[in-house]
Design a protein around this ligand. Structure first.
Ligand code: BG6
Length: 278
């Protein structure tokens, strides 16, 4: 019997700068820059090929949030993806790899459309670029949400701040989806936070991430930003998240959330998020 295909793909740029993708969900489960991990993965994360991985960068597609037709946040994060292109150096030494997910009987039972979703990862010296390209191979249009559910590792979330949200309207999921406008230039996270910010600035700076550095997030064709920390209030509702872990993470998630995109047959949509250690 053939040995089972490996579940992880590693991009190695040298200098202890690597990125690891688990084919379960094409979830980025590690991004190390000069040996320093930048992403949070829970110590209780489950790697059973069934449950979504609690941490890293799970992909939310084709639906954000609870859903009558299938699992919360869609099926992309719980499907096994294919390697479309094995890691290869580009001319400048950056490393590129690609992964793909196409419709299957499982996805069609939930969402009856044909599609091809390609994830392209480029690992640079201090940057991680994550892009998607979605092709509608159905004979009719479909609507989708897409989100890079990025878990940043931080020493103490209470000391972090996030720019690029001032003036934006947001849905506060901790307040029965009430809608507010963000007055702050720098948003801090001092309690249970679960907000969908609409049409945010293209760039966010998150302060006090690993080693007290700043992280820049730049997004293209992904208008919204979710900010989430379960705090102790809701940590205990997740079996795969330690109750003492909430201070060490913050999710800043680039996506298409508030207004789903309608994609016509034979059309594609591309979006990108770039993370940069400053
Ligand atoms: C966030 C949502 O994006 O993901 C939260 O806004 C949700 O409401 C969180 O709790 C985690 O979701 P899940 O399905 O991975 O537990």
């Amino acid at each position: 019997m053939a040995a089972p295909a490996s579940s992880v793909v590693v991009l190695d740029r040298g200098n202890n700068t690597t990125c690891t993708i688990n084919l379960h969900g094409a979830t980025v489960v590690s991004w190390r820059v000069n040996n320093q991990e930048q992403l949070f993965v829970s110590k209780l994360a489950v790697f059973d090929g069934q449950k979504s991985i609690r941490g890293g960068i799970p992909i939310v597609f084709p639906h954000f949030g609870p859903w009558a037709y299938g699992p919360q946040h869609g099926f992309a994060r719980t499907c096994r993806w294919e390697v479309e292109k094995h890691p290869e150096p580009l001319e400048n030494g950056d490393i590129e790899a690609m992964f793909s997910l196409v419709d299957s009987p499982v996805t069609k039972q939930i969402w009856n459309y044909c599609f091809k979703l390609v994830l392209r990862i480029i690992l640079r010296e201090k940057e991680l670029q994550v892009s998607f390209n979605l092709y509608n191979s159905s004979s009719e249009p479909f609507q989708f949400n897409m989100l890079f559910h990025t878990y940043l590792k931080v020493p103490d979330v209470r000391k972090c701040s996030i720019s690029g949200l001032q003036g934006c309207m947001f849905v506060d999921k901790t307040k029965e989806n009430a809608i507010y406008q963000e007055p702050r230039e720098m948003v801090t996270v001092n309690h249970w936070t679960d907000r969908i910010y609409q049409t945010t600035q293209q760039e966010h700076i998150i302060s006090n991430v690993v080693s007290g550095r700043k992280m820049k997030m730049v997004k293209y064709n992904m208008p919204d930003t979710v900010v989430w920390n379960p705090w102790d209030v809701t940590s205990n509702t997740m079996s795969d998240f330690g109750e003492d872990e909430y201070p060490n993470m913050v999710c800043v998630e680039a996506g298409i959330v508030i207004t789903p995109i309608t994609l016509n047959p034979n059309n594609t949509y591309e979006g990108t998020m770039v993370l940069q250690v400053m």
